[in-house]
Write a protein that binds this ligand. Sequence first.
Ligand code: SAH
Ligand code: SF4
Ligand code: F3S
Length: 467
Amino acid sequence: MTTPRKVYLETLGCQMNFNDSEVMLGLLQKEGFEPVENKLDADLLIVNTCQIRGSAEDKAFSHLGTWGKLKAKNPKIKIAMAGCVAQQTKDGIFKRAPYVDIVFGTQNIHELPELVRRAFEGNNRVLAVDRQKPRNTYDYLTDVAPRRENDISAWVTIIEGCDYFCTYCVVPYTRGRQISRTPESIIREVFQLAAQGFKEITLLGQTVDSYGKDFTDRHYGLAELLYELHEIEGIERIRFMTSHPLDLTDRIIDAVAELPKVMEYIHIPMQAGDDEILARMRRGYTSQQYYDLVRKIYDRVPNAAVSGDYIVGFPGETDAQFQRTVESVALSGIHNANSAAYSPRKQTPAAFWELHGEEIPEAVKEERLQILIEAIRAQSLKKNQGYLNCEVEVLVEGKSKRNPNRLTGRTRSNKVVNFETSLSEDALVGQLIQVKIQEALPFSLIGQMVLPAELSQSAVLSGAVAP
Ligand code: SAH
Ligand code: SF4
Ligand code: F3S
């Protein structure tokens, strides 16, 4: 391509999608594209989509609708749809939104430069949604510099797809079967990140603790990877998410307990508190097994925080079954959870049950969701109150969005901490510091930075102290 072009990218969905978008922008920058903040400036518009619930899918099409109108005024614009909706709907996208030029799937990201070239040169529609690949997408991307959101904390996708096929979930259809990325490729990327000054990495996967189960040439899992990554100098914090309760082995828990750089935070969704619903969701564990697992984590890693996800209004869920989900929040001892109303997804067994008489009315789903959110809020507040008057280690990220007089960061257990300090943002971003917690809110902590005597002295001398 001769003239540099401008690309606008909108991302919906989970962290894996955000990481994929960073890679897409990295690939396009190599082709001479410049990322822009304003869609009106762009020659290429991309929406990276999520299909987990109907609302996410609607958002994708609403962006396309707006962009279709832009294209009516400026036909030279090219519009692309990526991600999970593209993967599942395939050329159906062209029927629903005829102004779309490129549809590419979750495992075709490495082909993006070629697809874009074809769209701009040939003026034809381009479709790439096949999944005939023998390797993990990220194994194809050896010399790409993803365009990272910030320069402290980076996402690193280590496993794609999912083999679980929970009865409500679309992910195995949109992301395909589980494919782990080779440790060599992951370690290479993390060395690069360390050399670039990144301090924290988050290993990503829909079932990140299943990492390595699909290798046929070696016995190597998440625990082994954590031990290897821990040796990389410069990286100070390692996180991983999302874990599946069935794959969180003792070896992984040991790695969290033993490795100082591996954070004491495990996101491991329970989804429901009732055994019959869990069985119908095909989760593979009972509520008691989940409680035992969380207890084991807390026994082995006393400072750990476990968080989760829940679905309410699953087909056929009775009031009593829902009540067991509410009770599970406190019984399990989790620190926090995401929750959502069940949304029927094409191809999944639960959507069939919903269609055949087991649908929970929207109003009931909404009412249950509010009750659950309240229970989670109370539990999270209770857990956060446990931090009062404690000193915690925080990795500083920048200014707080709500209160520019405060800086913000996260504890090892992934709690957001907003804190006051006399030091400037520039002096602290990317640093690990100690904060004394003075106030606990349901979803964040407020504190004061504890200034070590020598830092206080040198900061004053170097002029880093804010006026
Ligand atoms: N792999 C993770 C979850 C990935 S999807 C796990 O197994 O726990 C992220 C979250 O979206 C899920 O935890 C679930 O709570 C929610 N979710 C998935 N499908 C859904 C659906 N059909 N309706 C509502 N929420 C859903
Ligand atoms: Fe979906 Fe997670 Fe179940 Fe996989 S394990 S099917 S991603 S909910
Ligand atoms: Fe959504 Fe796909 Fe992630 S469906 S949650 S973007 S894997």
